[in-house]
Design a binder for this molecule. Sequence first.
Ligand code: SP5
Ligand code: ZN
Length: 341
Amino acid sequence: MRVIVNRNQVEHAPSHECENGLPTPAYESPRRVEAVRAALSSRGGYAFEEAPLVDERAVLELHEPAYVEFLRRTSADLARAPAGAPRFAIPSVFPYGPNGPRHRGKAQSGIFCFDTYTPIMPGTFDAALSSASAASHGADLLARGEERSLYVLARPPGHHAERGRCGGYSYFNNAALAALRLAQLGTVAVLDLDVHHGNGTQHAFYDRPDVLVVSLHGDPDYLFPHFSGFEDETGTGRGLGFNRNFPLPAATGERTYRPALETALEVTGRFRPAFLIVSFGTDTHEADPIGGFKLKTPFFARMGALVRQLDMPMLIIQEGGYNLETIGECAAEFLEALRPS
Ligand code: SP5
Ligand code: ZN
């Protein structure tokens, strides 16, 4: 299987995020992709290739110009920060009241970030662009019919990124950008298997009937991103019925997950998309430090086998997964089960 990787991972390496005003260790590290790459390499059968960097205009297909500009400028400003000054930006005040988002100074990050988990660093803009490039390249290869299944192993992840805001460790929405590209050729289904709801992807296609978004995730009542991912979010306007959420309780194990996945796959299959994008996270694993689910490693092979039955051209895009000991094995189990024998 071809694996599309990106550059610039190490220049975006958050050392901490903020929770309840306290700095806590960051989970989304460059070592994640190293761990997956090592696991795939040791199993064999994977060909890694680096994606060419896309023109920045590609991200403007989805993201708002002011947001892209903010990310670029903040990264550049931080790179020039005087010695001793912090080299990251994390918002602490968010827009409120009737004046709305009109701030042009430092507090802008409260406008363009929706949480305190997603720091901007000197290398963030380049890393996010290269991650989006990997997803776009994967979409191109799939569009050309060169492959029937491809894996994009890139970070930072993307599925929480909104048109005009970063959040959830995501800056540019890799899966949504790939879906937009493929949607020029035919219908697309996005199946989101990360433990967190992919709010950014949902919002990108909420009013569109040609891109189905189906997501299985931890119930937002207990899990990030909290404000979306509920079952009654089914789309709007012409897109009504083309968004499906399957929120699952904390501590969900195989017995709860499997029937939900089967229903989600039925919904996806009935839509008969020309292309399938899987937003894949291993943060559903029992050993993940933030997910709260109880899936075991061998179950990832069953997930892969079930997805394979859809028998569609598919792009697998890595999203979350934060246990460095297990992320590689989970990804390998999933991908191997997808591979045509
Ligand atoms: C792509 C992806 O998986 N993004 C996830 C973003 C989750 N952000 C919230 C992290 C909250 C961490 N709280 C740690 C408490 C551990 N006891
Ligand atoms: Zn996640």
